[in-house]
Design a protein around this ligand. Structure first.
Ligand code: CP
Ligand code: NVA
Length: 307
């Protein structure tokens, strides 16, 4: 049966772990697996801007022996004259998989329901599951096993990154803390799903409004931009309301002494994180950015094996 990756909990704990194992293997032997040789094509569609996702999918698909077809929605019929379901039916006759960065999660669900090839969420307003595979791979490389670690996300709790940390962290058996102002708390339905998943993996979910309490003793500290794509009109309000959640040296000092700092990038130094932390010794952001490549290659290989 065709498997899709629209949100982090589309994978079980065992499946997530198997993909991370494969990513570690592919990182050691970058050109050793070429399931897309032929070559087959993978469509990678962008409704929003991107550097890391665009490059890592393009390079990764080429590494696997395939051809990346990068589509900008502005120059296609999708989002204007044609539905996601009809677009999917056209693409599935010609490509091995569809990767899509978009706004609403519903579009991805429509795309996936209408096609026989795997659909991958390359970031939506609600989730950024490919980024989380890279983040978990990075944490695993630096800390070993994921289960039992405490990870604290600070800032916009309703953002795609925070919500993906809830689902992916719970799936990995981690203790996930999200600290945000009440107006920027994660969606109730996502928290409920993360709670349910955590109950099966030994993980836990805790929401905070106090950033100091949330970061105390954490193994991993994470933040993301306060102004996600699509939220630009709210910028002034967001910079004010989210300012107490800045990750700076004083806040990071409350976590474990060797706590890792992650940020999916792009970052706004001086806002959600200080330059001192982002560019400091606990930051693993460049490993994290590179790991997009290895994690997504593993994801594609795994998805194509299920089809
Ligand atoms: N982290 C991330 O997804 O970056 P891009 O927006 O550059 O793809
Ligand atoms: N939360 C950010 C992530 C960027 C990769 C955004 O959606 O803009």
């Amino acid at each position: 049966m065709t498997r899709h990756f629209l949100r982090d909990d589309d994978l079980s704990q065992a499946e997530q772990s198997a993909i991370l194992d494969l990513a570690i293997d592919l990182k050691k032997d970058r050109f050793g697996t070429r399931p897309l040789a032929g070559p087959q094509t993978v469509a990678v569609i962008f409704d929003k801007s991107s550097t890391r996702t665009r490059v890592s999918f393009a390079v990764g698909i080429a590494d696997l022996g395939g051809v990346p077809l990068i589509i900008s929605t502005a120059n296609s019929q999708l989002g204007g004259k044609e539905t996601a379901a009809d677009t999917a039916r056209v693409l599935e006759r010609q490509v091995a998989a569809i990767v899509w960065r978009t706004y609403g999660q519903a579009g991805l669900e429509e795309m996936a329901a209408g096609t026989t090839v795997p659909v991958v969420n390359a970031l939506s307003d609600d989730f950024h599951p490919c980024q989380l595979l890279a983040d978990l791979l990075t944490i695993r490389e630096h800390r070993g096993a994921l289960a039992g670690l405490t990870v604290t996300f600070l800032g916009d709790g309703a953002s795609n990154m925070a919500q993906s940390y809830l689902l992916a962290g719970a799936t990995a058996g981690m203790h996930v803390r999200v600290a945000s102002p009440a107006d920027y708390a994660p969606m109730d339905a996502v928290v409920a799903d993360a709670d349910a998943r955590a109950a099966t993996t030994g993980g836990s979910i805790t929401l905070y409004t106090d950033p100091l309490e949330a970061v105390a003793g954490a193994d991993v500290v994470v933040t993301d931009t306060w102004v996600s794509m699509g939220k630009e009109e709210e910028k002034a309000q967001r910079l004010t309301t989210l300012s107490p959640y800045q990750v700076n040296a004083d806040l990071l000092a409350l976590a474990k002494p060797d706590a890792l700092f992650l940020h999916c990038l792009p970052a706004d130094r001086g806002f959600e994180v200080t330059a001192e932390v982002l560019d400091g010794p606990q930051s693993v952001i460049w490993d994290e950015a590179e790991n997009r490549l290895h994690a997504q290659k593993a994801l594609l290989v795994w998805l194509l094996q299920q089809a």
